[in-house]
Design a protein around this ligand. Sequence first.
Ligand code: DC
Length: 224
Amino acid sequence: MTKPVIAIDGPAASGKGTLARSLATKLEFAFMDTGALYRATAFELLAAGLSAKDKSDAMDAAKILVKRIKNAENPQDVLENKTLREDKIGKEASKIAAYPVVREALNKLQRDFAADPGTLYKGAVLDGRDIGTVICPDADLKLFITAKTEIRAERRLKELQSRGIAATYEAVLEDMRERDARDAERETAPMKPADDAVIIDSSDLDAGEMLEKVILLVKQRLTN
Ligand code: DC
């Protein structure tokens, strides 16, 4: 019998990552942050002295990453690198994510994870931009988490400041608008809610309220 899958999509700083992690813990589901795959690919590329300009370099970096994850004793270790959270890496990740060849190189790993999250887990939660539309179109529950751009920029600014990184609200807002546009307007697997996704605006909700709301949905949708 296949295990249930929850797909969570949405833009940067919408609260989807925090929600996905806490939901997975609560439900004893395995969790995959698929943005980290794109970030780690961008990191590999930059570490090799290359840039997001060349799609075949980006594809090679994605393939190398997939091999490293498959060979790692604990695959999560490859993706838990703090540098991956830097905005510079997020921006490069968004650029290479527009290349179909990069997406193809990363898709199977995500689908395999959703299909078989491992014996320790009761299901899988994946968060990203195209989980409900492309990676897991048959997911048992699809969520699209959003929030006003200004609120997301404020959240990101606070996060950067708490890590001692200097930034201004205006610069963060501009970066966010640019990244949203790139992710939503690309031709392949653009960020958008699946037709059957539940859309949640997190602008006025804290993490606890979001989790509570989603647990209710899970109870309605995932229990037979
Ligand atoms: O969620 P994040 O900020 O870590 O994602 C970084 C970038 O990776 C994001 O701007 C677009 C890309 N991405 C994607 O195209 N598809 C996904 N499923 C996840 C992330």
